[in-house]
Design a protein around this ligand. Structure first.
Ligand SMILES: O=C(O)CCC(=O)C(=O)O
Length: 301
């Protein structure tokens, strides 16, 4: 079996575990809430239909094929190693915003089906941020361990992230992992509570340790799975997470998006709501890793 790799290190089975699937209890609000409190996350396998998910995938990858970053047929998501994005689009932010606003994507991320689950998990009516993080992660890419609090708790602590697999994402293609029980790590909560990255853009939000080092030091595990198209992973603001390395041998690009829901009764965070949100730094969609040509050397936060 091909190794599971995080920041260049093969992660042994003693530091890996499987996410608990809550799809069978999605209509049982009490059970969902209880699992969210206990585990810090809810994983819903095949939450969205494969057909609707693949429609979004096709539309997004077709736009990336139009700038020569993805081979035809675009739906396969094969990385070319080339890009004409900057030649064809003088404004990176505008291009990425248009891709991020793809209707077939928004009907998943912003549709009633997910909204209802978020209302349950947040304990009251919720609002979904307009700003969305769309992530095509090519070979070699990964995301460092971090929690979402410094980004999204500017107006309320009652916020949750939904990560959506826009295609099959086996562990070798660099899907999300969460650090088991890290929502109970008081030092992490203290370190990141009250920090707003927009107040100090140079503030470090990811941990200095690799996922494996962290799991060894805390005697914990990285929980992940072979995600299938339409799976959703929902988690709170203090749960540590990151993404494994995409070590796909077929140059397959991992496609996913993540979006936040907050309680509707709190002030809306102006950075992430509105018809043309400013994002964390004020640069709008132009600040996102996805706005850069896929050929550029980058690692996600
Ligand atoms: O998909 C990734 O690489 C990272 C996603 C993430 O950090 C998040 O959903 O908060």
């Amino acid at each position: 079996m091909q190794a599971i790799v995080a920041q260049g290190e093969a992660v042994g089975s003693e530091y890996l575990g499987a996410l608990r699937d809550s799809a069978a209890v999605v209509d049982d609000s009490a059970e969902l809430l209880q699992r969210m409190r206990k585990d810090g996350y809810i994983y819903l396998r095949s939450f969205f239909s494969r057909e609707d998910t693949m429609a979004a995938r096709r539309d997004i990858f077709t736009q990336l094929a139009s700038v020569d970053e993805i081979e035809e047929p675009a739906i396969d998501g094969i990385y070319t190693g080339r890009s004409t994005r900057d030649e064809k689009h003088s404004d990176r932010g505008r291009f990425w915003r248009s891709v991020s606003e793809t209707w077939t994507l928004r009907r998943l991320s912003h549709g009633r089906q997910l909204h209802q689950v978020m209302d349950v998990l947040l304990g009251e009516e919720s609002r979904v941020q307009d700003y969305l993080f769309l992530r095509p992660a090519g070979p070699g890419k990964h995301t460092h361990i971090h929690c979402d609090a410094p980004f999204f708790t500017g107006t309320t602590q009652q916020v949750a992230t939904a990560w959506i697999a826009l295609g099959d994402v086996p562990a070798q293609m660099g899907p999300l992992f969460i650090v088991e029980n890290s929502h109970h790590f008081d030092d992490i909560r203290q370190q990141f509570r009250g920090i707003n990255i927009s107040d100090n853009l140079s503030c470090k939000t990811s941990l200095d340790m690799s996922p494996l080092q962290f799991a060894q030091e805390r005697n914990t595990r990285l929980l992940t799975t072979d995600f299938t198209a339409g799976d959703v992973l929902i988690f709170g603001m203090y749960l540590l997470h990151g993404a494994l390395d995409n070590v796909s041998t077929q140059k397959k690009v991992r496609l996913s998006c993540d979006v936040r829901y907050q309680i509707a009764s709190a002030d809306l965070d102006p950075r992430y709501f509105g018809s043309d949100p400013t994002g964390t730094t004020g640069a709008g969609y132009g600040e996102l890793v996805g706005a850069k040509a896929m050929t550029e050397d980058w690692h996600q936060r």
